[in-house]
Design a protein around this ligand. Sequence first.
Ligand code: NDP
Length: 238
Amino acid sequence: MSRSVLVTGGNRGIGLAIARAFASMGDKVAITYRSGEPDALQQEGFLAVKCDITDAEQVEQAYKQIEEAHGPVEVLVANAGVTKDQLLMRMSEEDFTSVLDTNLTGTFRVVKRANRGMLRAKKGRVVLISSVVGLMGSPGQANYAASKAGLVGFARSLARELGSRNITFNVVAPGFVDTDMTKVLTDEQRTSILSGVPLGRYAQPEEIAAAVRFLASDDASYITGAVIPVDGGLGMGH
Ligand code: NDP
């Protein structure tokens, strides 16, 4: 069965690996991108839709395009996210609110719009990409951690609100993954992070994608409101 899948921020990193995981099962996969050229993504078979999730109108237009091409979104993976790290005393209000606006409110925008079709269909799967940092905290990442922790309360509220409509809401909490987002870390920071990871290495994006694909599959039909860590053991106990 070929489902209509949307992965926000599916043009690179973890999002691209997730998009590929669904495409490999024959799903119709739409991805959003903000930057770069979508040609290569389109050649790969994705419907690439330009969309900044901080803009409600762009979100609405993206859904219209996707619905026309693939039908209503049946599986939504809210993956798009940003960091703007800074110690609290140097963190501006803009540093804080802009990260919240993308990671948390942006997720609200795309989830709310997807639910229109899911309610009509009386089924749906929503997976939110949080972070181990949202559960453990991290110095210099108060804005990011707050946004990622917020996703847990958001998903669990919706799991309760919409469970009777056969829509599941789950959260995947990756640890450190080899992508552009973590390339900015210094060797010293990398070594220090790895010392806390029982598996002793970063994740590959495909290892996050595997958990997301599972949560959207029939095998996960009775899982909702769950937070699945994919972090090499870094956050154990949270
Ligand atoms: P990248 O920085 O490689 O990619 C981020 C993606 O989000 C890009 O596709 C980017 O689009 C998109 N994006 C950012 N802001 C917006 C916006 N306003 N509107 C639409 N799209 C946007 O990050 P990763 O692949 O590493 O991260 C993906 C997700 O996983 C994020 O939510 C991140 O917080 C989370 N995560 C990552 C971890 C890691 O170690 N890498 C660990 C734990 C969680 P564009 O290319 O146009 O900028």
